[in-house]
Design a protein around this ligand. Structure first.
Ligand SMILES: [Ca+2]
Ligand SMILES: [Ca+2]
Length: 148
């Protein structure tokens, strides 16, 4: 048991808490896609990785995400009921970082169509966009430490 504990401690120190390709931040690992996909396909990719689209729960996490200065799908949509935003894990949306004037559901402009999925923009603020639009995406997985 002592050896197992020591192994965990040493591997966390040298390898970090996340597997290769994932970035650690607080108690989660994050994966940033190189490709662009629609929201549903992006979410499916995260689920295939044992994760889900990122859920932003704090100002620190928002700052971490916005450091990458790119459009990324996040795990937030109002697909079920227009104007009622929900995180993919069903948790309530308490803290938001919408850009000024957003979400606007496409502002009734046929050019944009219905906008039911949320993404972070290059400036880090959130916007709603048609779920069929291809963006990069961020997956998040909780770090579960099992110290034997
Ligand atoms: Ca909408
Ligand atoms: Ca919008």
């Amino acid at each position: 048991q002592h050896v197992a504990q020591e192994f965990t401690r040493v591997s966390l120190y040298f390898c970090g808490p996340c597997v290769a390709g994932w970035k650690a931040f607080e108690d989660s690992c994050y994966w940033f896609s190189n490709e662009k996909r629609n929201w549903e396909a992006a979410r499916q990719d995260c689920r295939n990785r044992g994760a889900d689209l990122v859920i932003i729960k704090s100002e620190d996490e928002q700052n971490f995400i916005s450091r990458f200065k790119q459009d990324y799908w996040i795990g937030l949509n109002d697909l079920e009921k227009e104007g009622t935003w929900k995180w993919v894990d069903g948790s309530p949306v308490t803290l938001t970082f919408w850009a000024v004037g957003q979400p606007d559901n496409g502002n009734n402009d046929p050019q944009w169509g219905e906008e039911d999925c949320a993404h972070v923009t290059g400036s880090g603020q959130w916007n709603d966009r048609s779920c069929s639009y291809p963006f990069h995406w961020i997956c998040e997985k909780l770090i579960i430490l099992q110290i034997l």
